[in-house]
Design a binder for this molecule. Structure first.
Ligand code: NDP
Ligand code: PMR
Length: 401
């Protein structure tokens, strides 16, 4: 507590970004926020330097070059006008709440984009889109459950039947199971967090590469995978136990099924919070491996990002209720890493559509002073050998190799 108080008082001068945390150790006794004791905090102001705070409100959505496409019949009755529209198309997974919904709203409101909301709960997504007032003609809800490889394949088929050329894919959906005592599994028998957050998106992005690279116009085409600070151990947030660590991928190679192999990528005991952070490392490694494999050949841009700490979203639905009460003020007033859902949506929408953010292989972050910047990933999250191995193991698990 003393450490946190010291951190608050020095926060006015110390805030910069999540970078430069060398030498800082915020050692914490437990992964649960409630009852947590910060046992070591050598440098409170340095701790706060590590925060990627920010409420930058940059104007979004520079006009995007329009396309003219004659599309075949739609699979969704609510969007019959889309056949002749000139908007760019973005698929956003998990657009039924939080960051995904906020991003979908910004893009749909701009009038430049048609948003495909790839969601597991069709009704929830429809209601969410209506509740935030997204223009009806600028979005389509399509079913996609990332915890089932068959559902991912069906989604890709349905999307193709819509006849829309794909400009941008945003892999945003995620589950976080910090309080789970026992592992849960996807339809294909993988531990749920890595199975959904990484393997589901890995298959989706690979299948949709075929669509995104066959564009016959010059629109900027992008694949964006949402990463996080908590998967990066070069930050204070990434040093809160349990830390991400993929080890030698032995658990993943064994199928994460809890029978033939461990449910954890590194072969260890089940830990829901670690599984989530590991899945975010996979997301960031996948983005870079896609960049290395496809960018030059296809011109597609691959990016990842940390949108800020959106402490109010459904991501924390399974956390203790006291955590959900304390986490937003903790992030707002202590770490200053808090960002509203609306602001996070503007940030991700920038990565989707801003012409100045078209550089491939970048992990974007934001700070108060300068808005977006190219951030550094941790050693593990930027390990090219590990990325290659992760790719090869994942290809086998999802049936691509
Ligand atoms: P939310 O829980 O609000 O949103 C997650 C979305 O993922 C929901 O729409 C949810 O659907 C969807 N989803 C979960 N499981 C599946 C599935 N099997 N198939 C399809 N969709 C699924 O959380 P956030 O908005 O916070 O999270 C969005 C992204 O941001 C995640 O990638 C997260 O890792 C990342 N992130 C979040 C941070 C934060 O502070 N909140 C910080 C850094 C990164 P449903 O509505 O049906 O539950
Ligand atoms: Mg963290 C110092 C800055 C900082 C930032 C930017 C975050 C972001 N967190 C920071 C620090 C700390 N956190 C410290 C010092 C503690 C110990 C008190 C702490 C604790 C903590 C917990 C228990 N933090 C958490 C949790 C979660 O359960 C969240 C998590 O790890 O979800 C995977 C979380 C987060 N902290 C963040 C962010 C962005 C999260 C959540 C989301 C994510 O990575 O997707």
């Amino acid at each position: 507590a003393t450490c946190v108080a010291a951190a608050v008082s020095s926060s006015l001068t110390a805030l910069t970004s999540e970078r430069a945390t060398t030498g800082i150790t915020a050692s914490v006794q437990s992964s649960a926020f409630v009852g947590i004791k910060v046992s070591v905090c050598k440098d409170a102001s340095a701790l706060l330097k590590a925060v990627n705070a920010g409420t930058s409100r940059q104007p979004l959505v520079e006009p995007v070059r329009a396309q003219s496409v004659a599309a075949p019949a739609s699979t969704n009755a609510s969007t019959s006008s889309k056949k002749t529209d000139t908007k760019s198309t973005v698929i956003i997974t998990g657009a039924s709440s939080g960051l995904g919904l906020a991003t979908a709203k910004v893009l749909a409101d701009s009038g430049e984009w048609h948003v495909i909301m790839a969601c597991r709960d069709f009704l929830k997504a429809e209601r969410a889109a209506k509740s935030v007032g997204m223009p009806k003609e600028n979005y389509t809800v399509m079913h996609c459950d990332l915890s089932s490889l068959n559902s991912v394949k069906q989604f890709v088929d349905n999307f193709r039947r819509s006849g829309r050329p794909l400009d941008v894919l945003v892999c945003n959906a995620a589950v976080y199971l910090p309080t789970a005592k026992e592992p849960r599994y996807t339809a294909d028998g993988f531990e749920l967090s890595v199975g959904t957050n990484h393997l589901g998106h890995f298959l989706l992005a690979n299948l949709l590469m075929e669509d995104i690279q066959h564009k016959e116009n010059n629109n900027s085409r992008r694949v964006i995978i949402v990463g996080s600070i908590t998967g990066n151990t070069n930050t204070v947030a990434g040093n809160v136990p349990p830390k991400a660590n993929l080890g030698d991928l032995r658990g993943l190679a064994g199928g994460l099924d809890g029978v033939r192999s461990s449910v954890m990528i590194d072969g260890g005991e089940f830990d829901g919070a670690k599984a989530y952070k590991d899945s975010k490392v996979c997301n960031m490694l996948t983005m870079q491996e896609m960049h290395r494999r496809f960018h030059e050949k296809t011109g597609v841009t691959f990016a990842s990002l940390y949108p800020g700490c959106i402490a109010t979203t459904g991501l924390f639905r399974e956390h203790y209720s006291l955590f959900r009460t304390l986490f937003p003020p903790f992030q707002k007033y202590i770490t200053k890493g808090y960002v509203s859902e609306e602001e996070s949506g503007r940030r991700l929408a920038q990565v989707v559509s801003d012409p100045s953010m078209n550089k491939s292989g970048v992990y974007w972050s934001w700070n108060n002073q300068s808005g977006s910047f190219e951030n550094e990933l941790s050693q593990e999250a930027s390990d090219a050998e590990k990325a290659k191995k992760l790719w090869e193991v994942s290809e086998k698990l999802v049936g691509l190799a």
